[in-house]
Design a protein around this ligand. Structure first.
Ligand code: ADP
Ligand code: MG
Length: 253
């Protein structure tokens, strides 16, 4: 028999979004979104520009303050005013379209600075964790390089390794390959595919339909602030039920 705490932990989703609404001034850009992401699950969010994908992702770690609804990350309610927001955010890795590496720090230092300053890890422990994550993204040979010396794809792989070095419980990706030259997209997607295979919980906003189809456990289609359709990629991408999903896919595929 499992202990109550174990069975509770496994029953709680990694992310639970419940009746989320977000307005900017008079404009409501997220309209009653409910979505759970389970531990180890990869959920890809697709949809046209302006449909609210980034805002949804940013609400999960409270980079945007929801107007209504609740968001849980594990057991922590992000929308509770008393939540230890910094503590929960430390468990959430986020990777953006722009790589945002510190330009004046080497690759290795980019991966260790928050470990030592925020997590209070020793320098040697931080170095060890950083090096194992550089290896994971195939960037060990560049630990002494500076960001400007790297290609966009290499910078994004370092940014992913930097996030991983904080030992997050889950990772949020907002169009991580959109700023890359086409020939550099594959190496970043390959790293993300590896993470998924290792069981990382991931919420990924992407226009890469082949990646979504191949890697996602579930695909969510958003349009005009609504969660229009969700399901297995073969269903949402391969056999969409809603007209808006069909016309979006017709345009991008
Ligand atoms: P997507 O990521 O799907 O392209 P966004 O979440 O970025 O969409 O944007 C959804 C809508 O919210 C858009 O109409 C956008 O203009 C608006 N929006 C996003 N951020 C802000 C903001 N900080 N202030 C005002 N409007 C915003
Ligand atoms: Mg966006």
């Amino acid at each position: 028999m499992t202990t109550p705490s174990t069975s509770t932990a496994s029953a709680i989703p990694a992310i639970s979004i419940q009746g989320l609404r977000k307005s900017f001034g008079p404009v409501e850009v997220l309209k009653d979104i409910s979505l759970d992401v389970n531990h180890g699950e990869v959920v890809c969010v697709i949809g046209p520009s302006g449909s609210g994908k980034s805002t949804l992702l940013r609400c999960v770690n409270l980079l945007e303050q929801p107007t209504a609804g609740k968001i849980f990350v594990g057991e922590a309610e992000m929308t509770d005013p008393d939540v230890d927001i910094d503590g929960v955010r430390r468990k959430i890795g986020m990777v953006f379209q722009s790589f945002n590496l510190f330009p004046h720090l080497s690759v290795l230092e980019n991966l260790t600075v928050a470990q030592t300053k925020v997590l209070k890890r020793s320098k040697s422990e931080a170095d060890t964790i950083a090096r194992s994550n550089l290896e994971r993204v195939g960037m060990s040979h560049k630990e002494d390089a500076f960001p400007a010396q790297l290609s966009g794809g290499q910078q994004q792989r370092v940014a992913i390794a930097r996030s991983l070095s904080m030992t997050p419980d889950l990772m949020l990706f907002d169009e991580p390959t959109s700023a890359l030259d086409p020939e550099l997209v594959g190496e970043v997607l390959a790293v993300m595919k590896g993470l998924a295979k290792d069981g990382m919980t991931m919420m990924v906003v992407t226009h890469e339909m082949a990646f979504a189809r191949d890697v996602a456990d579930r695909v969510v289609f958003m349009d005009g602030g609504y969660l229009v359709e969700e399901g297995h990629p073969d269903q949402v991408i391969g056999n969409p039920q809603h007209e808006r999903t069909k016309s979006f896919l017709y345009r991008v595929l």
